[in-house]
Design a protein around this ligand. Structure first.
Ligand code: NOJ
Ligand code: CA
Length: 705
């Protein structure tokens, strides 16, 4: 049990005061005093921390430490806490869910010294919405390089919380969530492990994960922030002890990281709240990242786009490759001489049709996949692979497309599928970005499908973390925005580099064609994956029966049409695709109007009700007008959202346009049944809003000044 020590509301320290013994204990409280973090050196000389919230334990005493070949930072003979400092400021994100964010915390540093005189610092921060800590290896004579073998960080839970998590894996986050009490995780999370599997041995989960206590009075999200120069962290689960332990992705030689002092690790973060909506509102992870490092950000612009993309997923016998001559010549091939297979949609004429559609509907951009040489070479999982990022296929006239897009006021989005050959991508990066600049592309979707080359690495290992960050920095130098697919899960880096405008790094909308995303999936993602940064989920699926196309797709989308509109609001992102085919949107122009209207950048966000795995209702105010938008989704159950509009400006009437499931809609039986109606509302209105099973709703509220 943690006892709270404070004088005049300020945290005080025990410790140095304990004099000549090696023991220390220090307390630091959140600005509002509800969260207390206590840290001490235990009887074995191991540093621990524990956390309480409103007087009740959340994290029981849990070990901290790092193990390397050069220094054993597991046990210490001495610990000296520094003094607690307070910090309170606000900052303005370039884009996001709020126009301004408050960063308010108390910080406690502790210097640890080993028996052989080596030093490690712990830095603790306690906010009103959670705690965070990191390791800092100071510059010192006896520690220069570290070959990192393990991180001892534990999160020992005081209660058997119910977790929403995906399995620990070095290479992928594209999985469905498991809901389980931590004690029962072994029964509920079982996966086949094939020979190429990069599932973490034993029982482990990825972060971010969200968990709740049975009494509904505690919700936590465990993740990390500012992942740089270090491997990503997963969590090993000990279900008997209710303990989670950091598991860092190794390289294939078993080394977790090569560090050079001075070095600060990423933050380990625990968002803490007494209700679920406050987990969604927390800005803790962004606050833990460095401020924006880009001086002039005028060129960073939210984008709504369509793409030559879904055609390939739904089959229709379309291919990314220009020719069917797979592996015609291994290595760099003379692709241009290959015969066309006649089924290649990344051709000038087809791309112009997408540009026309974007232009007619006020959409910002068009993405084209399969435009460049190399797709023929991508036949196998582990073969040598090379794409050429400055070589369009013969039927893709890059100059003409540039001219046409400019004439129509549409921006082109480049696609760089690296097939996980990151080493080769780095070699081509200057050329690739130069080619983009020459042809007027402001943004690129990158991709890392397959096993990483160099083969010593995984998607979440240190070398790859450095790679993604390098690409983002290089892109910033070139004024290019990045949308990274299959990259390591985000950790708020987009605060520092807002040109990292979105990532995939979770199971996205494309999976509707490969088994479907059960409705609860998108009620969980905002609590987990989205805490690290926006997702290129690719919503906007209007024709949900994908099997009707006859080829390719093997499943029906597990969603109603109205729900797809809601996702633009519940899964906020400055980069949003309208994923479906232009012809499908032309069939439903009234519903498509919401996609045309919905903003991508917000002044304010209010989560009106939310429960992971069940439902989310959020209202957001446009950054560029006084309009409010509301989105709501349910799981597989029908429900009625109770919308309290008291956040609206008092005394002002608003016209609400409501896009909702028709009364007989159902995500399996009748997914395309929707209705659009208008209603006069004001700040006193309480609006009951029905949602179909697997459904949702979207609203635009325009003030009548
Ligand atoms: C996987 C990406 O998530 C998807 O959007 C893309 O189309 C394919 N890779 C091909 O690059
Ligand atoms: Ca993907």
């Amino acid at each position: 049990m943690i006892t709270r020590l404070s004088i005049l509301g300020l945290p005080i320290l025990l410790g140095a005061a304990l004099c000549c013994t090696t023991a220390y204990a220090a307390d630091v409280a959140s600005p509002d005093g509800r969260i207390i973090l206590q840290t001490e050196l235990d009887a074995d000389g191991r540093p621990t921390y524990s956390v309480s919230f409103d007087g009740r334990d959340v994290i029981a005493p849990s070990h901290l430490g790092l193990l390397s070949d050069e220094a054993d930072f597991i046990t210490f003979s001495n610990a000296t806490p520094g003094s607690v400092s307070s910090h309170d400021s606000t900052w303005q994100p370039v884009w996001g869910e709020f126009a301004s964010v408050r960063d308010h915390y108390n910080e406690l540093p502790v210097r640890l010294t080993t028996a052989d005189g080596k030093q490690l610092d712990l830095i603790f921060r306690v906010y009103d919405d959670g705690v965070a800590f990191r390791y800092h290896i100071p510059e010192q004579k006896s520690v220069n390089y570290l070959t990192l073998r393990d991180e001892a960080t534990e999160f020992n839970l005081a209660d058997d919380l119910t977790f929403f998590c995906i399995p620990g894996d070095y290479d992928t986050d594209e999985r469905l969530y498991v809901k389980s009490a931590l004690s029962k995780l072994g029964e509920n999370m079982q996966l086949p492990r094939h020979s190429e599997s990069s599932l973490i041995p034993g029982l482990a989960m990825q972060t971010p994960t969200v968990a709740r206590r049975d009494d509904g009075k505690l919700y936590i999200n465990i993740h990390e922030a500012a992942l740089k120069g270090y491997p990503a962290m997963a969590l090993e689960a000990d279900t008997a002890r209710l303990s989670l332990k950091a598991h860092l992705t190794p390289d294939r030689n078993g080394v977790r990281g090569y560090l050079q002092a001075p070095f600060a690790t990423p933050w380990r973060s625990i968002i803490i709240a007494d209700n679920a909506p406050d987990i969604l509102a927390s800005q803790l992870i962004l606050n833990l990242n460095d401020p924006c490092a880009i001086a002039d950000t005028d060129w960073i612009k939210p984008m709504k786009f369509v793409g030559v993309w879904w055609e390939m997923f739904i089959g229709r016998n379309r291919t990314w490759a220009y020719s069917d001559k797979y592996n015609a010549k291994p290595g760099v091939t003379d692709y241009a001489s290959l015969p066309s297979n006649g089924r290649h949609p990344a051709n000038t004429e087809n791309v112009k049709r997408y540009i026309d559609f974007a232009s007619e509907n006020g959409l910002d951009g068009v993405l084209v996949e399969g435009w460049n040489e190399g797709w023929e070479d991508w036949a196998g999982w582990v073969k040598n692979r090379q794409f050429l990022f400055d070589k369009p296929y013969p039927d893709f006239d890059v100059d003409e497309i540039q001219r046409y897009a400019a004439e129509k006021g549409v921006k082109m989005i480049m696609h760089h599928e690296t097939a996980a050959n990151a080493a080769d991508y780095e070699r081509q990066l200057d050329t690739a970005f130069r080619f983009m600049k020459e042809h007027g592309y402001p943004a690129v979707k990158t991709g890392y499908v397959g096993m990483i080359i160099p083969r010593s690495e995984y998607h979440s290992s240190q070398w790859m973390v450095d790679h993604y960050n390098y690409v983002v920095r290089k892109a910033a130098d070139n004024r290019i925005m990045i949308d990274a697919h299959e990259a390591v899960r985000p950790t708020g880096i987009s605060r520092t580099y807002p040109n990292l405008i979105a990532q995939e790094s979770a199971r996205g909308g494309e999976w509707e064609s490969m088994g479907g995303n059960p409705p609860e999936h998108t009620t969980i993602l905002p609590f987990t994956r989205l805490k690290g940064g926006p997702m290129d989920y690719t919503p906007g699926l209007f024709v949900t029966d994908l099997t009707a196309y006859g080829e390719g797709a093997t499943s029906k989308g597990l969603t109603t049409l109205a729900r797809q509109l809601a996702l633009y609001v519940t899964m906020a992102s400055p980069l949003q695709m309208a994923c479906d085919l232009p012809d499908n949107y032309r069939k439903y122009p009234d519903a498509f109007q919401f996609i045309r209207d919905v903003p991508l950048d917000w002044a304010d966000s209010r989560w009106l009700e939310a429960e992971p795995g069940d439902f989310i209702t959020v209202a957001r105010r446009d950054k560029n007008s006084d309009d409010w938008y509301i989105g709501g989704v349910s799981d597989e159950n029908a429900r009625t959202a109770e919308i309290d509009l008291s956040f609206l400006e008092p005394g002002v009437k608003y016209i609400a346009t409501i896009y909702e499931d028709a009364p007989d809609a159902d995500y399996k039986a009748n997914p395309q049944a929707y209705r659009i109606r208008t209603k006069k509302v004001d700040s006193r209105t309480r609006l009951p809003q029905p949602i179909a099973p697997g459904g949702g709703f979207a609203m635009r509220l325009i003030p009548q000044h």
